[in-house]
Write a protein that binds this ligand. Sequence first.
Ligand SMILES: Cc1ncc(COP(=O)(O)O)c(C=O)c1O
Length: 432
Amino acid sequence: MDNKKSDRPAVLGGAPVFIQTVQEPQFPKLDKWKQMTEEEAQVAYDMTLRNELSGGTPVVREFERQWREMIGTKYAITVMNGTASLFSAYFGLGVGPGDEVICPTYTWICTIAPAIILGAKPVFCESDPESAMVDPADIRKRITSKTSAIVVVHLWGNVCDMDPIMEISKETGIPVIEDCSHAHGAMYKGRPCGSIGHVGCWSLQGSKPVSAGEGGVIATNDTEVFERACLIGQVNRIMGMDLVTEKYAKYQPLGTGMKFRANPVGIGIAQVQLRKLKELNDRRRKYIEEVEDGLEDIPGVKRIKVYDGAVRGGFYGFPIIHIPEENNGLSTQEFVNALQKEGLPAHLSGYPLLHRLPIFAEGFDLFTKNRGPLCGDYQGYKEGDFPKTEEMIKHLVFLPVLSDPVPEASELVLEAIRKVAYNASELVQQQA
Ligand SMILES: Cc1ncc(COP(=O)(O)O)c(C=O)c1O
């Protein structure tokens, strides 16, 4: 299909539907970063010649060990992508038909999709407009006797307010999945994100801070979750699948016969990327904080909130908040257009709110013959159901994430923002 901008669904804000891997520095005037180097290529070359191409190979086992060490969990398993890691997590927790899963409406669809394929109903909730992270108070309101999991997302590398979320979990016994696909290396009150809830999930897709090209990881301290995750996705992976209890031993090595195993070459590449993660995060953090500090003196823009004790990581996106009232009523769309005219590749949020997608708004006959969690008594969603998040998304502006910025990069970004903010009244007149 020709994926011209005009053909792209408006619901995605004109953003590309399929995110390809970034081949060259994305913003060559500002950034010298190259995600893949000779080092990754050499690993792929060597592994191919060794025919280390399938199953739980030594590289896969070592990467999983490193991941356990980084996250501090007892278990970590690699899978073919982040979606499969979430599928393994939901299956691990026993999410199934008749259950409900609470999920922010502001996230990527894969956060919730596997729960639905397992037969559970999505129950969306609001985000905190100051941080763009899920709103714990709103999670609480949506709990019913059918809630079997809460999934939270450390979106764009920011960190959810985990204390109140885990308080709800403790009170109700409902397990929490942390989707860390945007936040590799992020921390909350001294603990790695992905180790605070019951299960952590990561995407290692090509544009992620740790890339396997395509890949994912699931980490947990919960033996039952680990063993069930092995059953659902690790068919015939004998090496390294050391089930701890006897409960499921007789089903190994075939498990349920489903296969989500990672390609070892991708994991070899991700292993090199993991070594660079700290440096990548330090570089991104320095640039992002320089720009955020500079925003303090510019009318109409502010940094997103970071909760007490949170240390961002991954930095998959760089959102700031635009306040039209402080820019003479300049709309956020016009603000972004003006930034682009200044040469700054800014954009509105490319993620649609999930409750607006036809599949969730109207429902969908998932398993045909009027079966599945999105039909029958499924109520659907409508505009206005999530007023805080609907308002929030209108005013999020994304600035480029730079990993190896040229020295003047943050100043160039700030200069463009200043110019537009100080010309706001003129721009509003031109609009009129
Ligand atoms: C928040 C979030 N969760 C899950 C996923 C799914 O990961 P993958 O594309 O590796 O399946 C993504 C992918 O971008 C994501 O952004």
